[in-house]
Design a protein. Structure first.
Length: 482
């Protein structure tokens, strides 16, 4: 019995050993198949050098690891995305005639997004990729490069970027370059390098987010002379006509009653004329005209800095723009989607990454005949019932000066109750306007600092019958999945 037990232990040990050996061999074979051939050869070569000389093997392994790290990191940083103005727009809602121009000529601007550290191993790759894109597309006139997700750029990277901008200025035709999303330190390094190299036509440097650069690029497209002007559609009542002259108003032009009638012709166009006259009589005592000057705060009759109202402040009036223009802006909160190292920032001076700062962006530019406060007016009645005061969704600033007719919400509710036919027509128009504005704001500025165009958005890119200009490319590749 004792001999049998010893033999069983020996056999069990042999079986366990053979099982362990087989598992080890299988794992080794699996590792050989899973690991890339370049990495496997590097490990074997390092092991052989360590076998013959330990010190040389360790030094060689360290140098090889650093070289592989540089090569691998350079492959995952640099340009991560690119689009034209046809595909990505600023948050600014423009008139239809400008949208048509941007749709047709948006391929003249290309936007590049960069990510990660930019050093000698990645700066050259970025410049070569952008220049290759310019060589393949001779119609490009402007290039925007976003550095929002770039924590730092070394001296060789700054040199390569400024040299690239200098070469773009000498191209035929000339290409304008804009660097945006720059932290304070990078902005200063680029500006100093441009001065040191005496670059006369250097790049445009912007510390703001991509939104500002997109507006700059859109304005450049709109400012360029075109061979054929696009036709302007017929404007509704109370707006600028197709020839650009001011639309005619009532016989009481320039008065509160005249502007009230103009506003009601826009807001309650389907109401009978007699009911509109009754509304004008009911609203005239409480309505008032106010002038705003953005560039001349000391001018008499205008408010300081042309500010009509601020975002998230109480709203009391429906505003009708009688002359001039107004720009609407919103504040974008700081984002926490990026996690970048902070040791490159000067914390003592309050340095932050661009995405960590609250940003004011323009969402719409309104002209004569526009109505402001539709969303707030819709919430006013509900807010009164709940003991709440409606607050402005945006800020409104004269651009650069304007005159506006202010009608209190309370007076409007009382007048609509006295004249239900016209009140119903006006409420329907204001509700439609408020719904469109809320949908536009929620799908754009609350999500990102720029507007990415989607496939279901109409593309107004009809070219002239002469066929001199090519049509804009589709927004989405129908052959690609997703």
């Amino acid at each position: 019995k004792k001999l049998k037990s010893e033999r069983g232990e020996r056999n069990g040990g042999l079986r366990s050993g053979s099982l362990l050996a087989r598992v080890t061999i299988y794992q080794l074979i699996g590792v050989i198949h899973d690991v890339a051939s370049q990495e496997w050869r590097a490990v074997v070569f390092t092991a052989l050098m360590t076998y013959f000389n330990v010190l040389i093997g360790i030094v060689f392994g360290c140098m090889l690891t650093m070289a592989l790290f540089v090569v691998e990191y350079a492959g995952i940083t640099g340009i991560v995305n690119q689009k034209s103005i046809v595909e990505v727009r600023s948050l600014l809602k423009r008139p239809q005639r400008q949208v048509e121009v941007l749709d047709m000529y948006g391929t003249e601007v290309t936007v590049f997004w960069c990510s990660g550290y930019i050093f000698f191993g990645t700066a050259t790759g970025i410049v070569e990729e952008v220049e290759a894109h310019l060589d393949a597309n001779d119609k490009i006139r402007d290039v925007v490069i976003d550095f929002e997700a770039v924590p730092a750029v070394d001296a060789s990277g700054v040199h390569a970027l400024t040299e690239f901008a200098s070469r773009c200025a000498t191209r035929k035709p000339r290409v304008e370059v804009c660097f945006c999303g720059l932290v304070r330190r990078l902005h200063g390094a680029l500006a100093s390098m441009i001065i040191a190299k005496d670059i006369q036509q250097g790049p445009k440097l912007m510390s703001s987010r991509l939104e500002g650069a997109l507006e700059w690029a859109e304005e450049r497209i709109l400012e360029r002379p075109r061979k054929q002007a696009l036709a302007v559609s017929v404007s509704p009542r109370g707006q600028v006509s197709r020839e650009g002259s001011k639309a005619t108003i009532s016989s009481e032009a320039g008065t509160v009653r005249g502007y009230l009638l103009d506003m009601l012709n826009e807001v309650a166009a389907s109401a009978p004329e007699a009911t509109l006259e009754g509304l004008v009589a009911a609203l005239a005592p409480s309505a008032r005209l106010q002038q705003y000057f953005a560039n001349s705060p000391s001018m008499k009759g205008g408010t300081n800095k042309g500010m009509i109202y601020l975002e998230d402040t109480p709203a009391f009036d429906l505003i009708y723009l009688t002359t001039g223009a107004v720009k609407l802006t919103r504040m974008l909160d700081a984002e926490t989607t990026h996690k970048l190292p902070r040791h490159h920032l000067n914390i003592e001076k309050g340095d932050l990454f661009v995405f960590e700062e609250r940003t004011e962006v323009r969402v719409e530019l309104l002209e004569r005949g526009a109505v402001l406060g539709a969303v707030e007016f819709g919430a006013a009645n509900f807010g009164v019932q709940q003991g709440l005061q409606p607050r402005h969704l945006t800020s409104a600033l004269a651009a650069p000066r304007c005159e506006a007719l202010l009608v209190p919400f309370k007076a409007l509710h009382e007048a609509f109750a006295q004249h239900p036919v016209a009140g119903y027509a006006a409420m329907a128009w204001l509700s439609s306007r408020a719904s469109a504005q809320v949908l536009e704001l929620t799908r754009s500025s609350s999500m990102r600092s720029y507007r990415l165009r989607v496939a279901d958005e109409p593309l107004f890119s009809q070219v002239s019958a002469s066929g001199e200009e090519e049509s804009a490319p589709p927004l989405v590749d129908t052959n690609a999945g997703g």
